[in-house]
Design a binder for this molecule. Structure first.
Ligand SMILES: [Zn+2]
Ligand SMILES: [Zn+2]
Length: 324
């Protein structure tokens, strides 16, 4: 089958025409239609996390299942027996084997999945534009939910800040507008991303904040020390800072360094149930399914280079089935 492989850390991805088809091995084989390119893929290439190569990357997967038809795959596969898994939070299972990060993923024509319980019917959603909902969309959705109750409590007084208006930030802006009456501000150093943020629904976008700006929910899609500092300085009492960015920054926490009753949460991916919920929202409100840029599977390395350089407007999706 056609597949793209990572042979060793920090080396270019390799396209192969004749990679062996995986065996079902007690699971099911999915014919992949499309696979999103996520920033986490870059981290696996760099050796920051994930399984040591060789590995096939890709965890934002849509495909066609023999019985279910067009589906989206839930990629965080947990152990199914620990407390987190029993509560449906497989994405924080200590023994999880996420597709494309710890086991072979969707940069290939076929992928082995542990069982059909990890597949959700697309029911009319476009398999290309919807693909990034599996990680980018779901991660943004969960982070918005972390502070949504407080935003709704505050009604039109509520203010939300999205730090980083790239792919995930753009999803968050749309979810915030759809699910709350909060005033939504996007913070980004890139002028083009600020323009995009306002185009898709942010009330405003800024390069820096004023001293007195306060927010009830701040979502940090960067996670650097500098952005966490901004979050700690501008969160309201009783507000929530949700960190979803992987830059690895830290800040002091305790009674004193952060506003009273503020909550800080490291938000990770989303639960199995939240993926179903998100797809239901997307079917009801098609505007949250953002158009993506489609590239050929053989151009996966080029897609990674563009992601590294920031040379893109939203998400890139690899065309595996050649249906676009
Ligand atoms: Zn588990
Ligand atoms: Zn991802």
């Amino acid at each position: 089958m056609r597949a793209v492989l990572l042979d060793a850390h920090k080396t270019p991805l390799r396209y192969a025409e004749d990679h062996p088809i995986p065996g079902a091995d007690g699971g099911v084989i999915l014919d992949v239609t499309a696979c999103g390119v996520c920033h986490s893929d870059i981290h696996v290439v760099d050796g920051d996390f994930g399984k040591a190569p060789p590995i096939i990357l890709g965890h934002e997967v849509t495909g066609v299942h023999a019985d279910l038809g067009p589906v989206m795959m839930y990629a965080p596969w947990g152990c199914r027996s620990c407390a987190e898994c029993r509560e449906g939070n497989e994405m924080i299972c200590s023994h999880s084997t996420e597709a494309g990060l710890f086991t072979d993923g969707g940069y290939a024509e076929k992928i082995r999945i542990p069982g059909i319980e990890y597949l959700t019917p697309l029911d009319g959603l476009d398999p290309y534009d919807a693909a990034p909902l599996a990680c980018g969309g779901l991660t943004a959705y969960r982070s918005v939910l972390k502070g949504l109750d407080r935003l709704r409590q505050r009604g039109s007084e509520a203010r939300a800040l999205v730090i980083g208006a790239g792919g995930l930030g753009q999803y968050a802006i749309r979810f915030l507008r759809l699910l709350s009456d909060a005033h939504v501000l996007a913070l980004d150093l890139s002028e083009s991303k600020r323009v995009t943020a306002v185009e898709i629904g942010a009330h405003a976008a800024a390069e820096r904040l004023d001293d007195g700006d306060r927010f009830d929910l701040i979502i940090d899609f960067i996670g650097a020390e500098s952005t966490l500092r901004i979050a700690a300085d501008h969160i309201n009492k009783l507000g929530t800072v949700a960190v979803a960015g992987l830059a690895g920054g830290t800040i002091p926490f305790g009674l004193g360094p952060v506003p009273l009753e503020a909550r800080f949460v490291a938000s990770v991916w989303g639960s199995r149930a939240q993926l179903d919920e998100l797809l239901a929202v997307a079917r009801r409100e098609p505007s949250i399914v953002q158009p993506v840029e489609v590239m050929a599977l053989a151009d996966a390395e080029l897609a990674h280079q563009r992601l590294r350089s920031g040379d893109l407007r939203g998400r890139i999706v690899l065309d595996i089935a050649g249906a676009r």
